[in-house]
Ligand binder design. Structure first.
Ligand code: PLP
Length: 386
């Protein structure tokens, strides 16, 4: 027998085993499952992006190893996007690094700066790679609870001095998965002040910056004074352009942070397929009216789901961003058994909140990644069992 490394042993347990098993079994039995569990767009990648891939894939120049630091065309495209979207000027050679999906960069980044025993401040509930990347780098995640009473923002004042001293980095993610909370300018200013005082790197995950509703526009941390000294921001084409399977994203921000991540990556991967990079250029430089209709589609689904749940007496709030509805469980039950009950009795898959960390206990997450008709059907089924 082989013994797993201490790091791998200390990764958080995978809590969806039972639900996954029950889901597979339900499918095998031919039951009509409504899957509100996965955060993966159900709509196809826009045709103009697919065309760009097709064209680029036929050019033999794109068949060889790509440049580690990404194609200049892509970095310039990202520079233009940042300027248009946030009015932030980035140097495409030193402040932008394309990634094989943002998860890849998020998980590898802690390797660049953590020594054994160093602390990384991690929100809970959160996207799992924040904890996983920290642990694989030998660091210690220090949990910052995201509580409804604090609008699902970490309470920086509550972080003890001894922890601040040992902390090298902090993760934030707004618009947030799974709670769908958004950060305001005040929070970002406080965060930068806190990090500057304690010499901490800020890692900002902006995967949902373009998926917003009711006129809300999510800011970039890089818009704020002092951010350029200590922020690395992660972006993804996955959710914005329905490109989850393509694996393309990027990091932008402080030069030293970007070059350190590039150094780690140069020992691990060999860049993104060039044809995918060129498709990425087409995505960010192409017609953006697609985005508006995508947000409208999710917004309509959101309204149907949240209005429907409210009518059933559930406490659900309409998110102003992301395609997740974060719901307090309406009865006395833990999140795993409640999710199991929905699957068993209503053939509905939801994500138990505790899968994102212990402060997700008592919640479930529903994703707006099925059609309005299916959402209505799900509401009917919930009505029948409640
Ligand atoms: C989906 C998601 C990502 C994007 O991951 P990719 O690797 O770019 O597909 C990043 N962060 C969060 C919080 C997400 O939900």
């Amino acid at each position: 027998m082989f013994k797993l490394s201490k790091k791998v042993q200390s990764l958080p347990p995978y809590l969806f085993l039972e639900i996954d098993k029950a889901k597979r079994q339900a499918r095998q039995e031919g039951r009509d499952i409504i899957d509100l569990g996965v955060g993966d767009p159900d709509q196809p990648t826009p045709a103009f992006i697919i065309e760009a891939l097709n064209k680029a894939s036929r050019d033999p120049a794109n068949h060889r190893y790509a440049l580690d630091q990404g194609m200049p065309a892509l970095r310039r495209g990202i520079q233009g996007w940042y300027k248009r979207r946030f009015n932030v000027n980035l140097n495409p050679d030193t402040e932008i690094l394309p990634l094989i999906g943002s998860k890849e960069g998020i998980a590898h980044f802690p390797l660049a700066f953590l020594n054994p025993g160093d602390i990384c401040l991690v929100p809970d509930p959160c996207y799992p790679p924040y904890k996983g990347g920290t642990i694989l780098a030998g660091g210690l995640p220090y949990i910052m609870p995201l509580l409804e009473s604090n609008h699902f923002l970490p309470d920086l004042k509550k972080i003890p001095l001894s922890v601040r001293k040992k902390a090298k980095m902090i993760f934030v993610n707004y618009p947030n998965n799974p709670t769908n909370a958004c950060a305001d300018a005040d929070f970002y200013r406080q965060l930068i002040e806190f990090a500057a005082k304690n010499k901490i790197i800020i890692i900002s995950d902006l995967a949902y910056s373009e998926m917003t509703y009711d006129g809300y526009k999510a800011p970039s941390l890089l818009e704020f004074p002092g951010a350029r000294e200590r922020v690395i921001e992660f972006h993804s084409l996955s959710k914005t352009y329905n490109m989850t399977g393509w694996r393309i994203g990027w990091a932008s921000g402080n030069t030293q942070l970007i070059s350190a991540l590039a150094k780690v990556k140069s020992n691990i991967d060999s860049g993104i397929f060039s044809a995918v990079q060129l498709a990425g250029v087409a995505a960010i430089e192409g017609p953006q009216d697609f985005l508006k209709s995508m947000c409208e589609l999710y917004q309509e689904r959101r309204d149907v789901l949240v209005d429907g749940l409210s009518a059933l007496g559930w406490k659900a709030i309409k998110p102003k961003a992301t395609f997740y509805v974060w719901i307090k469980i309406p009865v006395k039950a833990d999140s795993i058994s409640f999710a199991a009950k929905l699957l068993k009795e209503a053939d509905i898959v939801v994500t138990p909140g505790v899968g994102f960390g212990k402060y997700g206990q008592g919640y479930i997450r529903m994703a707006l990644t099925v059609s309005q008709e299916r959402i209505k059907e799900a509401l009917e089924r919930i009505k029948k069992i409640s």
